[in-house]
Design a protein around this ligand. Structure first.
Ligand code: ZN
Ligand code: ZN
Length: 242
């Protein structure tokens, strides 16, 4: 059999390398009649046309095969973790944005709704408080970031820090105060204080213990550079002179 390197697609009529075609045993040259791109379009069109039927069939399969369905779903979830968390975050952002808009459009109405909500269940405030306290106890890093973000927003400086970025900062600082080196009671300090217009972002953040943080007051001091100078820059000079 003479092997071919190119083939004309029967659908888009383009000449393409055979690697662009799937394998088909009923075809003379063993390659599919249409190129992969066309097959993709075709199957998408077919899906759109028979969508309801497909969804219905899938649903029935899931009902009839609960165990297999569970295994497949778990496997898919494990393989698409990033995608799922992105989708979840997007959904949450969208919801928060909606709430903000609704509140901004008619704050009185929203306040009225909250008031009714409380009337219906007088214990709701206490319940919410307990739930929030439990959550705060479990997520100290997130609590700290929330406070910082709120303060920055209040001062309209902007910027946003996540709990993950805070953990990165701690890691980069070797879990030590970047001024005195203690490992106790570490807090996030804004190099340019928020009160002076400093943004709440990683570039403007350093790790200081509570006492160093409060003795810094509203001054602009970058202890990161100092600790880097103490540790790293000396080595760089050594390399240059060698
Ligand atoms: Zn084609
Ligand atoms: Zn310190």
């Amino acid at each position: 059999m003479t092997s071919i390197t190119e083939k004309t697609c029967c659908r888009c009529k383009e000449i393409k390398p055979v690697s662009d075609f799937g394998i088909c045993n009923t075809s003379k040259d063993k390659y599919a009649y249409c190129c992969k791109a066309c097959i993709k379009i075709q199957s998408h069109e077919w899906y759109e046309k028979h969508k309801e039927k497909v969804l219905e069939t899938n649903k029935n399969w899931r009902i009839n095969n609960p165990e297999k369905s569970y295994v497949a779903k778990t496997k898919w979830n494990a393989e698409n973790k990033d995608r799922i968390s992105e989708q979840r975050k997007a959904k949450k952002d969208q919801y928060n944005e909606q709430c903000r808009k609704r509140y901004a459009a008619c704050p009185e109405k929203q306040k009225e709704r909250t008031r009714k909500y409380i009337e219906n269940d007088p214990n709701i405030i206490e319940k919410t408080r307990v739930r929030r306290r439990n959550w705060e106890a479990k997520n100290p890093e997130k609590v700290q970031m929330k406070t910082k973000n709120r303060r920055a927003r209040k001062n309209e400086n902007g910027g946003h820090l996540t709990a993950k970025e805070w953990r990165e900062l701690l890691f980069e600082a070797d879990y030590k105060c970047q001024k005195c080196g203690t490992e106790n009671d570490l807090t996030l300090d804004h190099i340019i204080p928020v009160l002076l217009g400093g943004r709440n972002e990683k570039e403007n953040a350093q790790v200081l213990c509570r006492s160093c943080n409060s003795s810094k007051r509203i001054q602009i001091i970058d202890y990161r550079k100092m600790s880097k100078a103490a540790l790293g820059v000396k080595n760089e000079i050594d390399i240059q002179t060698n």
